[in-house]
Design a protein around this ligand. Sequence first.
Ligand SMILES: [Zn+2]
Length: 610
Amino acid sequence: MFRQKITMPALVVAMALGTVSCEQQAQNQAQGNAQALTAEDARNFITNAQAELEKLQLPAVQAAWAYATYINQDTSAVSAYLSEKFSSRQAELAKEAAKFNDIQVDADTRRQLNLLVNSFVLAPPSESAKSERLAKLSSELDGMYGKGKYCPEKGECMSLGDMTAKMAKVRDHKQLLDIWQGWRQISPPMKPLYEELVTLANEGAQELGFEDTSDLWRGKYDMPAEEFGPELDRTWNQVKPFYDALHCHVRAKLGEHYGTDVVPQDQPIPAHLLGNMWAQTWGNIYELVKPEQKMTVPNVTKALKDKGYDEIKMVKQAESFFSSLGFDPLPETFWERSQFTKPRDRDVICHASAWNIDDKDDLRIKMCIQKTGEEFNVIHHELGHNYYQRAYNQLPLVYRGSANDGFHEAIGDTIALSITPKYLKKIGLIENIPDASNDIGMLMQVALDKIAFIPFGLMVDQWRWKVFSGEVKPEDYNKAWWELREKYQGVRAPIERPADAFDPGAKYHVPGNTPYTRYFLAHILQFQFHKALCEIAGDTGPIHRCSIYGSKEAGNALNAMLEMGQSRPWQEALESLTGSPQMDATAVLDYFAPLKTWLDKQNEGRQCGF
Ligand SMILES: [Zn+2]
């Protein structure tokens, strides 16, 4: 996770403010002045807009930090106030920027204008009643999800957190089905609201010059919108044979555990048995599908304890990872201002995040660090965000972001992929590197989370794009959802779904209106980055065993990409590191090659496919 500048997500919030009259003014001006605008006007506009937003952004981020690290009535009110002030102004400016759509300007000005126009997730229509309605729908849907719970006929009501914990541990399929169905009672009432939201958001997108919201979302990727979907499918098809092998093995093992009447071996896997409410990551059922052989896995949690690591020492160690690549040390203020541990006397948001408060050098992380191997990974991941944020801090405001929205998470994860036994040995946390026969278990664990996720990361927006474009009509919302779930994930609804069900609404990012393709991108790119960096570092072993720790060459190459921020098309950023402008999942296959061989052997004689 990282703390995005308030830019994109907050635009949804912006609509809650009464900003509409200003937007209308902007529209009218745009129509009246279209003839007179010049390239110089465009340059002045984008320069001034960014200067103004920069001023509004700083207090808003400071307030957001104050809230996240000290939750109370006042920090909440101030943070919400400043965040809305920022994003409503940004929304107005984005609409104004659209008036330069047809003016000839230099490429750099055009890119900056486009980034401002494209910064909407849901674009508000200029008619005030409609814009207010869209804002209300958006916050109501969000609230319906947030308040969602399931109260079974017998027993106590359960929050999503309670149910998530149960899905991870319970192995009784009837109980799992009850929870799975129970949670999905929250979403049917969302459907009419969502339908209306789609119509209004499309109107707003059309005013900005897009065909619809699907066109707006797909238009953020430096290529024609209609080519983006096929490009994702091409990448997915590279991964699919490996996914199919994993799917086959998991289905067979689930069949052994639950019986083949519950898990028929010639059908998609019932969605309630994979250890996760949405069957999006499968790591929780590792025990059911793991290799039977005995394996030695380094116990990092124990090693940290034995070597006397406290929370700060863990962060210092992660910093030294980046220093070993040639990055400058973190500023003194990072150590003074970060939240490393959970305060004893106040409520905070513990969810790990990385911040750059002033968009310059005021870097911080916010965590409630536990002294475990897993958290040691998270710290490296969060610092990856921090070093990215610092690398692009010299650029104009709209360029201070990752090359596309998948890059930021991919960078954090890329760094975490280098936390291998080889690295742990170099820093003295473990004495011996287990031999390669032990890798299958580790690779299985990673695959259950990262590979199982890939088709889910793809299908959520495949569904939404079709909904926004009108290709899927409201009466088919749920049907289309399950068609995509079956097609991409090979996962099916465990029981027939009623015609009025709205199962997409039971996944946060749909009622929360958060684009999802970024997670698909991050899951592919991190392996591609890791492979390229390992090659640059001269590590010739298998890439799942590689760590780029200590390689200045890898650090230089990484930094060259990071400091481009969003100033150039993402394909150029990708090429600068990997030598190719194309997304390529070959690295995913390389990383998991030993597991693929193992899976193919397990799957001999099994019926695969869905
Ligand atoms: Zn992250």
